[in-house]
Design a protein around this ligand. Structure first.
Ligand code: DC
Length: 224
């Protein structure tokens, strides 16, 4: 699946948490009528399902076995795992932090590699995560690395949570973001970094609309 002769186009959008990857990826997929892979959701599912099954987050063997048996279905903006709706449960800060821990294990990443590559189906795929352009789809014709300052990302998250009526602390959010960034960037396997041929977009001072327009321009120039 993952070779240079694969004709199905892929747009990869990598970057740290809170840079707007998910929103931009969904907008591009909708505009193109393409499939969408939210790879972070997979790591979140493994972490949340692992915790529910009382598996320690450093028990690599048990986590790999879990990956092999989980039945994951993405449909209509919801995710069901073994028949249970986990859409909201995987979106908490704790789930993100636990996901970052399980994602640091090479065997866990290998266990879901083929699953991720299986999302590459005609007419095209938009995939967001940390290693979409570097490891999972290295032959993607369009690679984006979407960045933003940690402060801007913390503020965006703060406003999102506040709008949902949740009590949050900006300083604590910033610390969580910095801790997760460090773990994702410094891990030995598939660390967060731009692919050599990625277009780097710093969205700190940009609206989502401006980022989407930039990615669409890049897509038009590379894929047509
Ligand atoms: O994008 P997200 O916040 O949903 O991702 C949650 C965690 O999963 C992130 O901190 C690191 C990990 N992750 C990863 O290692 N590789 C990916 N392709 C996507 C996410």
């Amino acid at each position: 699946m993952n070779n240079t002769s694969n004709p199905v186009p892929v747009v990869t959008i990598d970057g740290p948490g809170g840079a707007g990857k998910g929103t931009v990826a969904a907008a591009i997929a909708a505009a193109q009528g393409w499939h969408l892979l939210d790879s972070g959701a997979l790591y979140r599912i493994i972490a949340v399902s692992g915790e529910a099954a009382a598996i320690a987050l450093d028990d690599t063997k048990a986590l790999v076995a879990l990956c092999e048996r989980l039945q994951i279905v993405f449909a209509a903006d919801r995710v069901r795992v073994d028949g249970q709706d986990l859409t909201d449960a995987i979106r908490t800060e704790e789930a993100g932090s636990s996901a970052s821990k399980v994602a640091a294990m090479a065997p866990v990443r290998e266990a879901i590699l083929a699953l991720q590559q299986g999302f590459r189906r005609a007419p095209g795929l938009v995939a967001d995560g940390r290693d979409m352009g570097t490891v999972v789809f290295p032959d993607a014709p369009v690679k984006i690395f979407l960045d933003a300052s940690a402060q801007a990302r913390a503020e965006r998250r703060y406003n999102q949570l506040k709008n949902k009526g949740l009590g949050v602390n900006l300083r604590a959010l910033l610390e969580q973001i910095q801790e997760r960034d460090a773990r994702d960037r410094e891990r030995a396997v598939a660390p967060l970094k731009p692919a050599q041929d990625a277009l780097i977009i710093d969205s700190t001072q940009m609206t989502i609309k401006e980022v989407v327009a930039m990615v669409m321009t890049q897509l038009a120039s590379k894929v047509g």
